[in-house]
Ligand binder design. Structure first.
Ligand SMILES: [Zn+2]
Length: 239
């Protein structure tokens, strides 16, 4: 892989149904032109936009989807998402609403426990290397995450989860073992592991990917960890 022009012909998704017909080579010129190019804003601007959107979500004054039909038409032939989100599959953590964004704004991977899987990392690498527009990757853990709570119980009791659920437990285990419970209650400990897991995953996305590392090194991309409060609706950045 080399920079932004890697193997475009092998990627078959991302620009509406047009790609299903035969990849980038078959696309009309305007659609091809919608790909490539650098971020549309700086990482700090992207973060500020997300946090401003979250303040609207907290206040219950969502605006981003007001002109949804027009926006949907605008992005039908190409996407330029300004941020990427890795968040939990939990039904209470919908990133577009939490950050008051609309179609075409966020490149999202959701999986229980917001763990880093090869497919998720590959998706982010695709967005960076082929779409080129994201300036931010936010790893969003959340209050009372069931994947984290259950992983803690299983690790502490030396038990395994059934079927593929164990893969999620194993991905969260490093955050559990790296976090001492001490005098914390079960609830406090879950919160501590949620935060540790989000920070660890944010670190891993950079450590495991030459593409992410390069974008961060060139200051095109910032990777941050954050915590979402189910009760408050508020997103808090983690150090
Ligand atoms: Zn969760």
């Amino acid at each position: 892989m080399h920079g932004r022009h890697v193997d475009r012909g092998t990627f078959m998704w991302g620009a509406a149904g047009a790609l299903a017909a035969g990849g980038f080579a078959s696309l009309p010129r305007p659609v091809r032109a919608a790909y490539g190019g650098g971020p549309t804003m700086t990482p700090d601007e992207a973060l500020a936009r997300l946090m401003a959107g979250n303040r609207k979500f907290v206040a219950g004054t969502l605006k981003a989807t007001d002109a949804l039909a027009e926006r949907r038409a605008d992005v039908a032939n190409g996407q330029r998402p300004f941020a990427m989100v890795l968040c939990c599959a939990d039904s209470r953590v919908p990133p577009e609403q939490i950050f008051d964004q609309t179609v075409g704004d966020l490149f999202v991977c959701r999986v229980a426990g917001n763990i880093l899987e090869p497919g998720g990392l590959g998706s982010f690498e695709y967005a960076i290397a082929n779409i080129g527009s994201p300036a931010l990757l936010i790893v969003l853990g959340h209050q009372n995450c069931g994947a984290v709570t259950d992983s803690i119980k299983l690790v502490q009791s030396h038990q395994h989860a059934p079927a593929s659920i164990q893969a999620i437990v194993e991905a969260i285990t490093p955050a559990v073992t790296a976090t001492a419970q001490g005098a914390m209650s079960a609830g406090e400990y879950t919160e501590a592991v949620v935060r540790a897991n989000a920070k660890l995953v944010a670190h891993e996305t950079v450590a495991r990917s030459a593409i992410v590392k390069k974008a961060v090194g060139e200051h095109h991309l910032k990777v941050v960890a954050a915590r979402y409060g189910l009760d408050s609706g508020r997103v808090t950045l983690l150090d």
